[in-house]
Design a protein around this ligand. Sequence first.
Ligand SMILES: C[S@@+](CC[C@H](N)C(=O)[O-])C[C@H]1O[C@@H](n2cnc3c(N)ncnc32)[C@H](O)[C@@H]1O
Length: 250
Amino acid sequence: MEGMEYFYELYEALPRCGPGNNESTRQAYNFIPVLPEHPLVLDIGCGPGVQTLELARISGGRIIALDNHKPFLDGLMKRARAEGVAHQITTMNISMHDMDFEDKRFDLIWSEGALYFMGFQNGLRRCHQLLKNNGCLAVTELVLLDSDPPLPVMEYLKNEYPAIMDIRSNIELIENEKFSVISHFSLDKPAWLESYYLPMEGELARLAKKYEGNEIASVAFEGMRTEIDMYKRYGDFYGYEFFVMQKIGF
Ligand SMILES: C[S@@+](CC[C@H](N)C(=O)[O-])C[C@H]1O[C@@H](n2cnc3c(N)ncnc32)[C@H](O)[C@@H]1O
């Protein structure tokens, strides 16, 4: 896609690459019923790894943090070393499409804002294979929060995420893929605005100056500004749902 380098430059300057924060990571983690003392965790699409670091702190486990963009992983390990949790984290610079771990390897699989790159249903199936019996999966997924959103929202989402569904339909899908939903909750506005869009607005202003007159960069940045404006206007109608689930069909 044209202009990808500008997206990467933007995202590499941000603390995280999608909505979320340590509070929601902890909230989801606290729903997990049982885990070994040192669980083996897979974090799919970890990005800069804010949640990876939090999982290392709260789980005391070993974490494989996987992403196809190496600079994110390098930044994650730098922060992990600074925080003294590097010995718990192994990064893998591969695509989630190419995961070839043996089946039933993981106690817990985590994916904030990334499983949809495999298609949500495919992602659930792959995680089901990789989880131990009774293992748990926690993901955030973009959902419709309102059954009758205004037309501009539907027009926008039709382009951005045509597969979007409401919460109930997502739960049906999850249950059909042999998971039981332990709990689910919507990310709150600060998880979008303070943790994600506020830093992004700052970086967009900086990059707009840096790339003044560059048509491709300005189209890329304009798309991000539209995304922010849409959420500020219509964030009651769509959002990220954190689904915490347990593998039940073996
Ligand atoms: C929306 S970001 C979320 C990152 C992180 N989980 C967070 O919440 O900040 C999606 C992440 O998925 C990664 N990604 C996209 N496609 C991927 C693929 N095919 N395999 C592995 N990672 C992928 C991107 O590089 C990015 O880091």
